[in-house]
Design a protein around this ligand. Sequence first.
Ligand SMILES: NC(=O)c1ccc[n+]([C@@H]2O[C@H](COP(=O)([O-])OP(=O)(O)OC[C@H]3O[C@@H](n4cnc5c(N)ncnc54)[C@H](O)[C@@H]3O)[C@@H](O)[C@H]2O)c1
Length: 282
Amino acid sequence: MGSVDAGNLDGQVAFITGGARGQGRSHALALAREGADIAVCDIAAQLETVPYPLAGIEDLEETVRQVEALGRRCVAVQADVRSTEQLEAAVAGAIEELGRIDILLANAGVCGFGVFWEITDQMWDEMVDTDLTGVFKTMRAVVPHMIERGYGRVVATSSMGGRMGNPNLAHYVAAKWGVIGLVKTLALEVADKGITVNAICPATVDTAMVHNDALYGLFAPDIEHPTKADVEPRYTAMNPIPEPWTPVEEISAAVLYLVSEGARSVSGTTLDVCMGASARMP
Ligand SMILES: NC(=O)c1ccc[n+]([C@@H]2O[C@H](COP(=O)([O-])OP(=O)(O)OC[C@H]3O[C@@H](n4cnc5c(N)ncnc54)[C@H](O)[C@@H]3O)[C@@H](O)[C@H]2O)c1
């Protein structure tokens, strides 16, 4: 078995979507600590059917501040992963300013809820356009550059929702299963080009996506205005490892492994980081 040399990304450049906060920011900082320069993009605006606030420009600026405080360069642009033009401009800008892209984290995503037959066309379209088509467009914008250089590490953020059914989340679940299909197909198409492509599958992660009134209401419909303290035991009850949510740093640690040079033979896989829920999967 080859060595796992996560921890040495000196001179590398990572492009991260949805990098204004949450897991994307955590990944930016984790990679920067290992020596990588960082390009982040984020929509930094609201989608109508998303029932919690998305990031703002000030969050994107805060990611830049925190990466630069680690002594690394950071380029940030407002870009929507649903837009081919915006993504291509963001990728071109990153390559121009930072010289190359070695690592791609297709992390941007939204969540929303609804009983299957109450999901509207707009809810479906905004979800699938962001969480599935956005991942496709992100990969398509960066992978030709990686092929040219003969090296790349691509990690897409799916979800445990991409490994099973989940009531109230049909559009999210469909998109996240789709991400795994993209990952496995691209992994085969670039297997002989020095590029690996993998998916990471978190369960509940300690970010704004799960800490909001809409999700709290879904988990505690019997409580009028449920709080974090109200839902914590309910989140915990879902998990074999009895904790309510995974810290972002643990997702970043898994990403660090997948982007390491030592993981060169790991491609087309899904890495669950989910408080033991994998034990319930076939
Ligand atoms: N939090 C969880 O429990 C959880 C679990 C499994 C998977 N995920 C996935 O992890 C990824 C990161 O989510 P997070 O937990 O950090 O939540 P988050 O809401 O804190 O971060 C998501 C980021 O993506 C950005 N974004 C949304 N739509 C975008 C678009 N169209 N273009 C560009 N940027 C966009 C948001 O502004 C935000 O900054 C998402 O793909 C999410 O589906 C999250």
